[in-house]
Design a protein around this ligand. Structure first.
Ligand code: C2E
Ligand code: CA
Ligand code: CA
Ligand code: CA
Length: 275
């Protein structure tokens, strides 16, 4: 520790300092990323288990940083939320994804992740309405994925927004189900079309009978609630086999494909339809 100019003691933690510097540098770059066209969308297939057909693609955001290369979303989305940039970035993702999906053969769906901050006010419903009109994408082919963090904040506003999206014909998925504090009450209160079981459960499938029991229970529960179930993070044929036996509707994971740029979509589709 050493005294600063005003005679107070400051403690220097080199590690903390380096993290703060990195954060500041990223923040400056992030503020320019949208106007510089540095964002890219990657797409990961979601497969219907009964038919083994591709049901659609989830859109996963990437930032192609001029020096740092491809930055994954976990490294910049929390920062974008914090500094109030997730609104414009999220709207860009939505527009770009719907534009892309409008060119896909129907009924392929596109799934877009929404951040809790995008639920403040009426902006989201207006943006979705405008984008659907602009791109001509059938609302039924757009799915939005929300996490429990969305439901934890102002529940009333969130509910109104979700019902408005549903009224447009948009589908709603609950993401990362089973993590955090997700309560069954959410399933009753919010108008979900499907639940995505977090990959932590899929990962344990081969080792743990408990994970198997949990997935079976979620599938049963969702069937009674008229909701579909998608398993995330499917990496092995054995996991896929077990998920099919559990009655899961859809699966997503590296077994079917990693998230890839839009240009590779036709090739991905061809390969998956042949398999
Ligand atoms: P998520 O919505 O749960 O997305 C699934 C994540 O799991 C993706 O990571 C995907 O690449 C990864 N994944 C998929 N299959 C497998 C697998 O078989 N094994 C393993 N180990 N991982 C798999 P990614 O692309 O790094 O995205 C991380 C998170 O960032 C997403 O989690 C989502 O919460 C957020 N995110 C991504 N794009 C957006 C966006 O446009 N807007 C918002 N608000 N959040 C986004
Ligand atoms: Ca997701
Ligand atoms: Ca997820
Ligand atoms: Ca996640």
């Amino acid at each position: 520790a050493k005294a600063d100019g005003r005679g107070r003691w400051r403690f220097f933690e080199p590690e903390m300092d380096a993290r703060m510097q990195l954060r500041r540098a990223l923040e400056t770059d992030l503020r320019r990323a949208l106007s510089r066209g540095e964002f890219e969308l990657f797409y990961q297939p979601i497969v219907t288990l009964a038919s083994r057909q591709v049901a659609g693609f989830e859109v996963l955001l990437r930032w192609r940083h001029p020096e740092r290369g491809l930055v994954p979303p976990d490294a910049f989305i929390p920062l974008a939320e914090e500094i109030g940039l997730i609104g414009p970035i999220g709207e860009w993702v939505l527009r770009q994804a719907c534009r892309e999906a409008a060119r896909w053969p129907a009924p392929l769906r596109v799934a877009v992740n929404l951040s809790p901050a995008q639920f403040a006010g009426r902006v989201l419903v207006d943006a979705v309405t405008a984008v659907l009109r602009e791109t001509g994408l059938d609302a039924a082919r757009l799915e939005v994925e929300i996490t429990e963090a969305v439901m934890l904040q102002d529940t009333r506003t969130t509910l109104v927004t979700l019902h408005r999206l549903k009224a447009l014909g948009v589908r709603i998925a609950m993401d990362d189900f089973g993590t955090g504090y997700s309560s069954l009450g959410y399933l009753q209160r919010f108008p979900f079309d499907k639940v995505k079981i977090d990959r932590s459960f899929t990962r344990e499938l081969e080792r743990s009978r408990k994970s198997n029991a949990i997935i079976r229970a979620v599938v049963g529960l969702c069937a009674g609630l008229d909701m579909g179930v998608t398993a995330e993070g499917v990496e092995t044929a054995a996991q896929l086999e077990t998920l099919s036996r559990c009655g899961c509707d859809e699966a997503q994971g590296f077994l079917f494909g990693q998230p890839r740029p839009a240009a590779e979509l036709p090739e991905m589709l061809r390969q998956l339809e042949q398999a």
